[in-house]
Design a protein around this ligand. Structure first.
Ligand code: SAM
Length: 272
C-alpha cells in the first residue's frame, strides 16, 4: 500500500516512523510519504489560508495550494499500468465526516493508495473537495464527535488502525482476530503473571488448562463487557450464530434473541 499525507505540520507525522508502522515502512510493506502543503504555495509568505467568504471567525484553507499538492500526488501515484485498478482514496479528516471505525479500517486496508488531506483552521475550501472527486474517491472521515485543531492526530490514528491490518505488519495475524470490534463485540479482559497480585487473583478458569472452557469464558466475558460498556454495539450484533450456551449467557445479562437480533428485556438493568 502507498499512503500520502499532506499537512502544514509534516513533523506532526513523525510517530509514523516508530513501532510497527515504522517497521512496516522499513520492510517495504507500506510506502508512506508526508508532503508539506506550503511547498505548493507560490507567494513569498507561503500562504495557505485566508478569511472566510460570508464573514465569521477563523480562517479557511485556500484552494490553490491544495489543488497543486493533490494534483502532484495524483500524477506521481500509481497508474492502472502499475497495477492500480482504481482511483486512489482521498481521506479528508473532518468532524463533519463519516465516523471512522474498524470496519472502515478493514475496507481501506484493501486499497492500493490512500491520500490524507489534513485540514487546519476552519477547514479546507469546499470546492477542493468537489474538484478532487475527478482524481480521487473522496471520503470525509471523522475520528469521533469532538473537534481537534487539525487533521494530523486523526491521520495518526487512522494510519495506525489501517496499517496494522496490512499483511505482515502484525507478527501474529491471529492477534487481529479476537480484538475488540473485529466481531462486533469488545475484547475479553486479559491477564499475565503473577497469578496473584496485590490480593487480586487471575480468574481460576484461565489457569485450568481447559482450552474449551477458557474459550467459552472469554466469549461470555465479551458479552458481559459489551453489554456493560457498549450496549449500542449489541443492538447491531448479528445473533444468528449464537450457540445455546451463548444465548443463556445473554439471557443472564437480560437479553433475548428475537429475529436474529439481541433485544434487551424492558425490565433488565445495566450488566456491570
Ligand atoms: N470548523 C470545522 C467544523 O466545525 O466542522 C472544524 C475545523 S477543525 C478546528 C480543523 C481541522 O481539524 C479539520 O479541518 C479537520 O481536518 C480536523 N478535525 C477536527 N476534528 C476532527 C475529527 N473529529 N475527526 C477528524 N478530523 C478532525
Amino acid at each position: 500500500m502507498r499512503i500520502d499525507v499532506v499537512s502544514i505540520f509534516p513533523e506532526y507525522l513523525a510517530p509514523l516512523e516508530l513501532s510497527l508502522i515504522g517497521k512496516a515502512r522499513q520492510d517495504g510493506l507500506l510506502e508512506l510519504n508526508v508532503h508539506d502543503l506550503r511547498t505548493f504555495t507560490t507567494d513569498k509568505h507561503r500562504t495557505v489560508d485566508d478569511t472566510p467568504y460570508g464573514g465569521g471567525a477563523g480562517m479557511v484553507m485556500k484552494p490553490e495550494p491544495w489543488a497543486q499538492a493533490l494534483e502532484s500526488i495524483a500524477k506521481s501515484g500509481m497508474t492502472p499500468e502499475d497495477g492500480a485498478a482504481k482511483k486512489p482514496v482521498l481521506i479528508v479528516p473532518s468532524p463533519a465526516g463519516e465516523r471512522f471505525n474498524q470496519a472502515l479500517a478493514y475496507e481501506l486496508a484493501d486499497e492500493e493508495q490512500l491520500v490524507f488531506a489534513c485540514g487546519r483552521y476552519e477547514g479546507i475550501d469546499e470546492r477542493v473537495i468537489e474538484w478532487a472527486a475527478g482524481h480521487f474517491t473522496v471520503r470525509p472521515m471523522s475520528l469521533g464527535d469532538y473537534v481537534l485543531n487539525g487533521g494530523e492526530v486523526a491521520v495518526l490514528a487512522m494510519v495506525e488502525a489501517i496499517g496494522r491490518l496490512l499483511p505482515g505488519v502484525v507478527g501474529n495475524p491471529e492477534s487481529l482476530v479476537e480484538e475488540s470490534h473485529s466481531d462486533g463485540l469488545l475484547e475479553y479482559p486479559v491477564y499475565t503473571k503473577p497469578s496473584s497480585w496485590r490480593d487480586r487473583e487471575v480468574p481460576a478458569i484461565l489457569l485450568s488448562g481447559n482450552h474449551g472452557k477458557i474459550a467459552q469464558w472469554r466469549r461470555h466475558e465479551q458479552f458481559r463487557r459489551t453489554a456493560a460498556r457498549r450496549p449500542d454495539l449489541l443492538a447491531e450484533f448479528d445473533a444468528g450464530g449464537l450457540t445455546r450456551a451463548d444465548k443463556a449467557a445473554f439471557g443472564e445479562l437480560g437479553y433475548d434473541v428475537v429475529d436474529g437480533r439481541l433485544r434487551l428485556r424492558p425490565e433488565a438493568g445495566s450488566a456491570d
